[in-house]
Design a protein around this ligand. Structure first.
Ligand SMILES: *Cc1c(COP(=O)(O)O)cnc(C)c1O
Length: 410
């Protein structure tokens, strides 16, 4: 978002005009930012065969998936529905990694029939897979290296209490099953959690994965998951993608040499690719002074952006209706009947009723976690690309609230 002609713009398109045209609340995505993030990641790993498997769950709008495909990424899908969405968006089965956890084996069978890469997350499922398919279907195994990473306990998935992956401490057991069923393990996977700070965390995970990989003879790729950290506020430490690229590539090349084969290195970024591209535009319904705080109540809330309440996430907020004038301290809250703080104690240009606020970093885990709580409609989504605005999802209507509820005569 930049200021041009005294207005907040993306690709020279004034955001206020987008709010006016589509109404609020509305999710707006800067497609050029998505493309430049994909490019930055490719650049950082230009020395190795790297594949991006975009984490669909971060933002699963069909048009965004199509944009990713155009940009040359594959996808990581965590449910059979995401697999189907990705195929609908044009991804070939071979470009789709399916990383479920705690699903019924029937869902894994469905994924096998669709031909996507299967990532197995627990030992009973591995045995089940062996009984069903033996060596006939290649697979990937998700390991948990028990590395603590992640800014919040809820998104830290590598620790000892985590439900994700097969513990690295169970490797011997895994190897026995692989041998007993003659399984064709073509990939190993780790995803230690969101918000990885630096190359060191990645390298620690990498070393553990390399050690495990030496036990498997038919590998084609190693998948390091997602978790690259992006800035949510000024001064945030972010993943230095160039530095991670250089160090991890060097370690990976060294490993491939020892392994005796050029493997592919895979990543599954969600936030890195789509967090910063997104803005949730909301309207100030009320400015309400109370003894301790001045609240700005907006026409959205945790039904549309859950992250502040769910993860204590920080999202920058800008009053895009005002370019200058005095700043005041506000707490921005939603219209949901529930404590619903979007941002506490923030300095914004003086807010008047009707002003439009832009909530930043709303691309990842924004719309995809939205609900109809309080029977509110989910917002519209708009993609800005090559200087043009595209409606990529309509705002819901009353019909949508009714549509799966048959009329019952009582
Ligand atoms: C959620 C998830 C990701 C993406 O994590 P980000 O923090 O958004 O990069 C990648 N891989 C798997 C398996 C995931 O569940």
């Amino acid at each position: 978002m930049e200021i041009s002609n005294q207005r907040y713009c993306i690709q020279e398109i004034p955001l206020l005009d987008v709010a006016k045209k589509y109404g609020t609340p509305v999710y707006v995505y800067d497609g050029e930012k998505i493309l430049s993030q994909v490019e930055a990641l490719k650049q950082a790993f230009s020395g190795v065969t790297m594949k991006i498997k975009y984490a669909t769950k971060a933002l699963s709008n069909l048009t965004i998936l199509k944009l990713m495909r155009q940009a040359g990424t594959g996808v990581d899908a965590v449910s059979i529905e995401e697999v189907q969405l990705c195929m609908h968006a044009g991804f070939a089965a071979a470009e789709i990694m399916y990383t479920p956890n705690c699903v019924d084996f029937e869902e894994i069978k469905q994924a096998v029939e669709l031909g996507v890469t299967i990532n197995i997350d627990n030992i009973p499922m591995l045995e089940h897979f062996g009984t069903e398919y033996g060596p006939s279907v290649p697979l990937c195994i998700r390991l948990n290296p028990h590395i603590l990473a992640g800014g919040n306990a809820k998104i830290s998935v590598g620790h000892i209490d985590s439900k994700f992956g097969i513990s690295i401490l169970q490797l011997k057991h895994v190897l026995k099953i692989v041998q007993a069923y003659d399984l064709r393990v073509v990939g190993l996977h780790v995803h230690t959690g969101s918000d990885i700070l630096d190359a060191e965390v990645f390298l620690k995970g990498a070393e553990i994965l390399f050690d495990a990989a030496r036990e498997f003879g038919q590998l084609e790729f190693l998948d390091f998951g997602g978790g690259f950290k992006v800035a949510y506020k000024d001064g945030d430490i972010t993943t230095d993608i160039q530095d991670v690229g250089k160090k991890v590539s060097a370690a990976f090349q060294q490993f491939c040499k020892e392994y005796g084969k050029e493997l592919e290195i895979w990543f599954e970024p969600g936030k890195f690719l789509v967090s910063e591209c997104g803005y949730l535009l909301v309207k100030a319904n009320v400015v309400k002074p109370t003894p301790a705080t001045t609240f700005v109540g907006v026409d959205s809330g945790l039904n549309h952006l859950l992250r502040p309440m769910m993860y204590d996430a920080y999202h920058g907020v800008v009053n895009i209706s005002k370019l200058d004038g005095p700043e005041r301290v506000y707490t921005i809250v939603g219209y949901i009947c529930e404590t619903d703080t979007i941002a506490a104690d923030r300095k914004l240009r003086e807010v008047k009723e009707g002003d439009v606020l832009a909530i930043k970093n709303a691309g990842a885990y924004g719309y995809s976690m939205a609900s109809n709580y309080n029977s509110r409609f989910r917002p519209a989504e708009v993609l800005l690309l090559h200087g043009r605005d595209h409606l990529i999802r309509k705002r819901e209507t009353f019909e949508d609230l009714l549509k799966n509820q048959p009329t019952v005569d009582l």
